[in-house]
Design a protein around this ligand. Structure first.
Ligand SMILES: C[S@@+](CC[C@H](N)C(=O)[O-])C[C@H]1O[C@@H](n2cnc3c(N)ncnc32)[C@H](O)[C@@H]1O
Length: 205
């Protein structure tokens, strides 16, 4: 096995029509032109080859799987609006999404449907709810998932502080927000959502 480091578009050129399987996880939403990336991944597959795409989303669901309203930073007053059921955790995720997601973002199933090279009879899309710091309702391996997501989302908190700073949020507010984010994880029953897509390249292309 070997690894190549570099821009995915430039790197893939050399693999045209060669791959049996491509797994691309949590990348399409970060590149400038996600549709071109998926078209290029399709070009890199052999006829009949399999593309596996996975991606996260920046929305949060409550225990009843209703969308949670995010807390918001109000630039004019320099204050955070977190009234009623507005969530600091959901607000942080929403901000990081704003700061990192491509302006051309589309969900992975739409990107695949936007590429004619895939066999429409061989597409499979699923959304999975992952409980954060609880076991979820009727979730297979929910207990383990809840623990993993708890560790993951606390690590994500420190890793993504820079994105909030880049968005112009003052350091003091970031500190306060981070504290409430952790409180939310400790006290609320949230789900994150993850998307998975498999698509087979048509045999005749
Ligand atoms: C959210 S991370 C996902 C990392 C890893 N695939 C995973 O699932 O854990 C997004 C990754 O996309 C990579 N990325 C973004 N734009 C890229 C590009 N144009 N070429 C190659 N990699 C890119 C970033 O370097 C980053 O590692």
């Amino acid at each position: 096995m070997w690894f190549i480091r570099g821009d995915v578009a430039a790197t893939l050129e050399q693999f045209k029509g060669q791959a049996d399987v491509i797994h691309c996880r949590c990348v399409t939403q970060h590149v400038k032109d996600p549709q071109s990336l998926v078209n290029l991944l399709a070009d890199s597959l052999k006829p009949g080859g399999l593309l596996l795409l996975a991606d996260g989303d920046w929305v949060v669901y409550d225990q009843s799987r209703r969308l949670v309203s995010p807390a918001k930073y109000d630039k004019a007053t320099g204050k955070v609006i977190a009234e009623g059921d507005q969530s600091w955790y959901a607000g942080w995720l929403s901000l990081v999404g704003t700061g990192t997601r491509s302006a051309e973002y589309r969900r992975i199933d739409e990107l695949v449907k936007g590429c004619e090279t895939f066999d429409p009879a061989n597409l499979d899309f699923h959304s999975y709810y992952s409980p954060v710091n609880w076991a979820g309702d009727d979730i297979e391996h929910g207990h383990e998932l809840g623990k993993i997501l708890n560790v993951n989302q606390r690590a994500f908190l420190s890793a993504s502080r820079g994105t909030l700073r880049k968005l112009g949020i003052p350091e003091g507010i970031v500190d306060e927000w981070a504290m409430h984010y952790e409180d939310d994880l400790d006290s609320k029953h949230y789900y994150n959502i993850w998307y998975y897509m498999t698509a087979r390249k048509s045999i005749r292309v």
